[in-house]
Design a protein around this ligand. Structure first.
Ligand SMILES: O=C(O)c1cccc(C(=O)CC[C@H]2O[C@@H](n3cnc4c(=O)[nH]cnc43)[C@H](O)[C@@H]2O)c1
Length: 216
């Protein structure tokens, strides 16, 4: 099984690098005299932050390589206060929140303009036995009470990231199975970087992903 882990920054998957080495060791063994104990080859793609960087890097990677599964890992902001900081969730549907047009006070999403989808979901979900959430993908992290209220009432998202929907989109276009796993580092609120728990979120995300990779 060929698995691609996609993350915006190396820091978000820093504790998983040993898994890549491990998967390659095992592959060499399975190609040689040792019986295969694990038939998985793992690659990492660090795209850079944001939907444009992600769509380009992942589109190129999927055009040049075959993968059975793409796993998008990252931290995220949560609108939903019932999700604890550090909690790991599976994003099962993700919407490009800003793609469309303003019509006075109304927002017209791209699909209502007749130009294609803005919401993407992987074919097979839930994939994991953890909390399933709906997400939005943004170019601009929400940090203003009025805009948070507006997007919450329009789309009712539970989490937001800057890449998720781009990963779903690229995988759909390439016909590759995918799953998005995020750990909540902060609540979506007026910007207050001191309250972000990035270290905890990254630690929980990496622990969860390492266990998942051992099961694949
Ligand atoms: O400062 C650090 O140590 C650090 C370590 C790992 C990652 C970061 C990032 O800032 C990653 C940016 C990444 O995070 C996602 N994210 C997190 N919270 C939100 C949010 O409230 N709204 C939107 N995106 C969020 C996003 O996907 C970025 O790619 C820093």
């Amino acid at each position: 099984m060929r698995v691609l882990i996609v993350a915006a920054t190396g820091a978000e998957v820093s504790n998983l690098k040993s898994e890549e080495v491990e998967s390659q060791k095992l592959k060499v063994e399975s190609d040689g005299l040792q019986p295969a104990t694990r038939n998985m080859q793992l690659n990492f793609l660090i795209t850079g932050v944001g939907m444009v960087a992600t769509a380009y890097a992942l589109g190129r990677q999927l055009a040049q390589n075959h993968y059975d599964l793409v796993i998008n890992l990252g931290i995220a902001g949560s609108f939903d206060r019932s999700i604890e900081l550090g909690e790991v969730v599976e994003v099962i549907t993700d919407t490009f929140a800003e793609l469309g047009a303003e019509d006075g006070d109304t927002f017209l999403p791209l699909n209502e303009m007749g130009f294609g989808d803005v919401t993407f979901a992987p074919d097979r979900h839930p994939f994991l036995n953890i909390k399933q959430v709906s997400g939005i993908t943004v170019n601009k992290v929400h940090g203003n009470e009025a805009s948070i209220e507006k997007v919450a009432s329009r789309l009712n998202p539970q989490v937001e990231s800057m890449e998720g929907a781009a990963v779903f989109y690229a995988c759909r276009q390439a016909g590759v199975r995918c799953v998005q796993i995020r750990a909540v580092s902060n609540y979506v609120e007026k910007r207050n970087r001191e309250s972000w728990k990035i270290g905890l979120a990254v630690k929980n995300l990496n622990t969860f992903a390492a266990a998942l990779l051992r099961e694949l």
